[in-house]
Design a protein around this ligand. Structure first.
Ligand code: D8L
Length: 404
């Protein structure tokens, strides 16, 4: 371990972070990083150590284990981190997961396929017959927002509100102004306090009703119910939107891979896995803090340190992947960590994979000459303090639009 990485390493990865990351990883898989600025923090860049760390119970997901100054700030300002299944250790983790785990069983998610197909086709029907579109706003964002709103049983027409709250409230509470966080948190809490109060009279079998029931039966506190709702909305749309945007950009800048996929649509599931490895939507695993003094990749980590696990760097580790900078829709094996690993493995993975599969299959089938409307260098990556890796926008040109 040598240099202390600057906070921009976390917040501003830019278009091609993988070469610089590979050099750092070759020196050591674990580096000090100044993020959040002024804290004791480490970035883990090698797949083997990331995988080990994801399964290591000495790394806590509870805000309670942060040093007091950060703990108090997180407790006071972050509805996302306090608290839900994503930010809990045993035994709270099991309690917080139970009320929603049934809804994410693979068989229940698979049953959503016809509706996902319909939403995808409706959105493409609204594209012009030929001309410019911006893929994120016209397709990649509305698709998962509509899907998660319908699954929760909350009004689809308010989805731009959820998108705005998701953008603000997924940022790091140590990075953005407290007032900005507070404003969106208050709006979110008011909205869902009222919505759940109205729903109490007629609970159904949707996911929002499950959350309200868990609250009324004393399984969740009020704040836990709201926090879980927020997690489902954020994780339910930002991730899928970025997977579609990142994947479309990758395919359109690798024409031989795109041609291969067009000729062999049965390769789409494998292409989705390669997109998740190469430019997955979760750049970093969510909060981990050392609950005791420990060692990772032969580096001593003092108790109370932030430990940032780079899923993005892990996906480009030459120790694991043959020629990691090659984007290959047929790559096998491809045991990537894009959805994490271990007890906190992404609950939404089946829903994300389903939407990726239907979205890419249908975009390729119905839009034969789809191409970038800007030069590849003009595609800009979002710089923020969330865990996401995504584009600001993806301007495309439609050549021909086939019927559904
Ligand atoms: C999560 C998330 C946050 C990884 C997906 C998200 C949204 C993230 C973001 N799954 C589990 C906390 C826990 O946009 O920052 S991308």
């Amino acid at each position: 371990m040598s240099d202390v990485l600057p906070s921009e390493f976390f917040t501003h990865p830019g278009p091609s972070p993988h070469a610089a990351t590979a050099e750092l990883r070759a020196k050591c898989p674990v580096h000090r990083i100044d993020y959040p600025p002024g804290t004791q923090a480490y970035a883990v860049l090698g797949q083997q150590v990331v995988e080990e760390a994801l399964g290591d119970s000495r790394l806590s997901k509870e805000v309670e284990n942060l040093p007091p100054r950060y703990r108090d700030k997180a407790l006071a300002t972050s509805l996302l981190m306090v608290r839900n299944l994503g930010f809990a250790d045993p035994p709270a983790h099991a309690r917080l997961r139970r009320p929603i785990s049934r809804a994410f069983q693979p068989a229940r998610i698979a049953a959503l396929r016809p509706r996902v197909q319909e939403v995808v086709d409706d959105l493409i029907d609204d594209f012009p017959e030929s001309g410019r579109i911006e893929l994120l706003s016209a397709f990649a964002l509305p698709l998962p927002l509509i899907v998660i709103c319908e699954y929760l049983g909350i009004p689809t027409e308010d989805r731009t509100l959820f998108q705005k709250w998701g953008y603000v409230l997924s940022q790091d509470p140590f990075h953005i102004p407290e007032a900005t966080l507070k404003e969106s948190t208050d709006e979110f809490v008011d909205y869902f306090t009222e919505l759940t109060a109205r729903r109490r009279g007629n609970l159904t079998d949707d996911l929002m009703s499950e959350l309200v029931r868990a609250r009324d039966e004393g399984v969740f506190s009020e704040r836990e119910m709201l926090s879980t709702t927020l997690l489902l909305i954020i994780a339910g749309h930002k991730t899928v939107a970025n997977m579609i945007g990142n994947g479309a950009a990758l395919l359109l800048t690798h024409p031989e891979q795109l041609d291969r996929l067009r000729a062999n649509p049965e390769l789409v599931p494998s292409a989705v896995e390669e997109i998740l490895r190469y430019e997955g939507s979760a750049s970093w695993a969510s909060l981990r803090v050392a609950a005791e003094d420990m060692e990772l990749g032969q580096v001593n980590i003092p108790k109370g340190s932030f430990v940032h696990l780079s899923l993005s760097a892990a996906g480009h580790d030459a120790e694991v992947y043959d020629d990691p900078e090659r984007f290959d829709v047929t790559r096998s094996p491809n045991r990537h960590l894009g959805f994490g690993h271990g007890a906190h493995f992404c609950l939404g993975a089946p829903l994300g994979r389903l939407q990726g599969e239907v979205a890419f299959t249908t975009l390729l089938r119905r839009l034969p000459g789809l191409e970038l409307a800007v030069a590849p260098e003009e595609i800009t990556w979002l710089a923020d303090s969330s865990l996401s890796r995504g584009l600001e926008a993806l301007p495309l040109r439609v050549r021909e639009r086939l019927p559904r």
